[in-house]
Design a protein around this ligand. Structure first.
Ligand SMILES: Cc1ncc(COP(=O)(O)O)c(C=O)c1O
Length: 386
């Protein structure tokens, strides 16, 4: 029996939907993992690290080559300067980094403010720390938040503002004015920001602006990212946090007793990969933009109302034109009706009613898989049979 604070978190919808995909032979556009491997040179770097003997525990902060590569990436791309020893921490993915940050920074009873919908580990991460996640609505179809609502969500108990841009599940890339509103609240209310930027390279419109680059934010922001999305190696679970030494020390302290340090060969390979992040990320973003267009057109042809994303690899679509007003029921039926799996957007929401009619599809799949899914979905169009 889980402890009280973990009650209600349950198993994730991904487990249920992936099992359903398997049972029905459906195309799985639910969970967001690419169906193609990362660049050969990066895969080879992992093999070479294994063969070269990098098979024991890494140092707790992460292997020096990766920490240096992370610091160099932040400097060259964003002008953010970090000491690779005290201001960078490598973890098992962004997920562990965020969980360790919340454990290291929050006391039981504290509050964590996040844009709602949010990536599903956020609520669980806060719960592990005994903290409470407080959502600030991002409203469809534009997925914008109201700065007054953000300011009003902050209380005496708020310890961390947990941001995510580019944003999962909406595909929004926050603009500079929105980030300025976030930064203003952090400065005025003396909050720590944890900024999840795992999709930093997967932007099709606009530009990714790290929260830490805004005035007064470098000293209070832990920036989180990972190698998984940029290099299509989500299973490597190699991520990191960088920021002021006190924040990194909080992550390190918690991580030390969770997993200590590991994934050593992947850390070495991630260091090799990061040197080409802009070049590879730019190419991948171009390919993903084309896949986005392909899937969006397919969804529109099938009758969905599509909310076109500016980044990430997710698109949300409204099922109302298809005669449904419930995304959960729609997704449960979709494998049988059309042989495709999607995820109801409401599972990412503290307030599910607000996005009740939306469902999320992932487009980080091969073109032929997207085309096959679109063909199957076309059967849903009112008036189509079979
Ligand atoms: C917003 C967001 N943060 C974090 C993660 C997880 O990153 P990692 O696999 O590096 O733990 C994901 C993966 O889907 C995500 O969408």
């Amino acid at each position: 029996m889980p402890a009280d604070r973990l009650q209600g978190l349950g198993t994730t919808i991904f487990t249920e939907m992936s099992a359903l995909a398997e049972r029905t032979g459906s195309i799985n556009l639910g969970q967001g993992f690419p169906d193609e491997d990362g660049p050969p040179a990066v895969l080879e770097a992992a093999v070479a690290a294994v063969r070269g003997g990098a098979n024991q525990y890494a140092p707790l902060p992460g292997v020096p080559a990766l920490r240096a590569a992370i610091a160099e990436h932040q400097r060259r791309r964003y002008g953010l300067v970090h000491d690779a020893d005290t201001e960078v921490q490598v973890c098992f993915g962004a997920t562990e980094t965020i969980a360790a940050a919340l454990l290291g920074l929050c006391d039981p009873g504290d509050e964590v403010v996040a844009l709602d919908p949010f990536y599903d580990s956020y609520r669980a991460g806060a719960a592990l720390a005994g903290a409470r996640l407080v959502g600030v609505p991002l409203r469809p179809p534009e997925w914008r938040f109201d700065p007054d609502e953000l300011a009003a969500a902050v209380t005496e108990r708020t310890r961390v503002l947990l941001l995510n841009t580019p944003h999962n599940p909406t595909g929004r890339v926050l603009d500079r004015a929105e980030l300025e509103a976030v930064a203003a609240v952090c400065r005025e209310r003396d909050l720590i920001a944890v900024s999840d930027e795992v999709y930093e390279h997967l932007v099709f419109e606009g530009e990714h602006v790290p929260l830490a680059t805004l005035p007064g934010m470098a000293g209070r922001t832990l920036t989180v990212s990972s190698i998984g999305k940029t290099f299509s190696v989500t299973g490597w679970k190699t991520g990191w946090g960088c920021g002021p030494a006190e924040l990194v020390a909080a992550v390190r302290g918690a991580k030390q007793f969770m997993t200590f340090a590991g994934g050593t060969p992947f850390q070495h390979a991630a260091a090799v990969a990061l040197a080409t992040a802009e070049e590879h990320g730019g190419r991948l973003a171009g390919e993903l933009a084309a896949k986005r267009d392909r899937l969006c057109e397919g969804l529109e042809r099938a009758g969905f109302e599509v909310l076109r994303p500016a980044g990430t690899y997710f698109v949300n679509a409204d099922v109302r034109p298809l005669g449904s007003d419930d995304g959960v029921a729609f997704c449960r039926d979709l494998p049988e009706r059309a042989g495709v799996v999607a995820i109801p957007t409401s599972v990412f929401c503290g307030d599910p009613e607000r996005v009740r009619t939306l469902v999320r599809f992932a487009f980080c799949k091969r073109e032929e898989v997207i085309d096959a899914a679109a063909e199957r979905l076309a059967r849903l169009r009112p008036g189509q049979s079979g």
